[in-house]
Write a protein that binds this ligand. Structure first.
Ligand code: AMP
Length: 139
């Protein structure tokens, strides 16, 4: 049985309409239907991975390039100089569409969307061990 297409694959394939901003062989970008601010844009790889760590290197590289290009255009068109890039993986992280996507969210002087969290502190010994363990497992 074939896996069901994600909402974003259906948008990429034109089955569901979108306000398209950019498309190439690897990436599709369009306006978010429920924007946090004027110009809120989604940038999506055509590869139907659910989470970022599942993406191929090729797709990830192309996504990175497109993000920079599209961000520049959003700054130019909206006139903002501040913006947030948000990328959720997994329902506990707030992901609601299980196809990798980056949000580009322009920040205006009167924007009030929240992206902050309570901060902790780093214990030197734990940090050193953790950094080493993660570093050694990078492939
Ligand atoms: P996330 O919560 O990070 O998974 O973000 C999913 C985003 O997709 C939300 O910001 C939604 O507003 C947006 N979204 C859902 N359906 C559509 C659609 N048909 N067109 C454009 N954006 C959509």
């Amino acid at each position: 049985m074939k896996d069901e297409k994600s909402l974003f694959t259906r948008i990429i394939e034109g089955e569901i309409p979108s306000f398209k901003i950019f498309e190439n062989e690897y990436v599709y970008s369009f306006l978010d239907i429920n924007p946090a601010s004027y110009g809120h844009t989604l940038v999506v790889p055509k590869e139907p991975a659910s989470s970022l760590h599942e993406l191929s290197q090729e797709s990830a590289a192309e996504l990175g390039k497109a993000l920079v290009r599209i961000s520049k255009s959003i700054l130019e068109v909206t006139g903002v100089t501040s913006y947030n890039i948000v990328q959720n993986n997994g329902s506990e992280a707030g992901q609601t569409v299980f196809h990798v996507h980056f949000h580009i969210i322009p920040r205006y002087s009167d924007s009030n969307h929240e992206l902050t969290w309570p901060t902790g502190s780093l214990d030197n010994k734990d940090a050193s061990e953790l950094a080493h363990r993660i570093s050694m497992s990078i492939m």
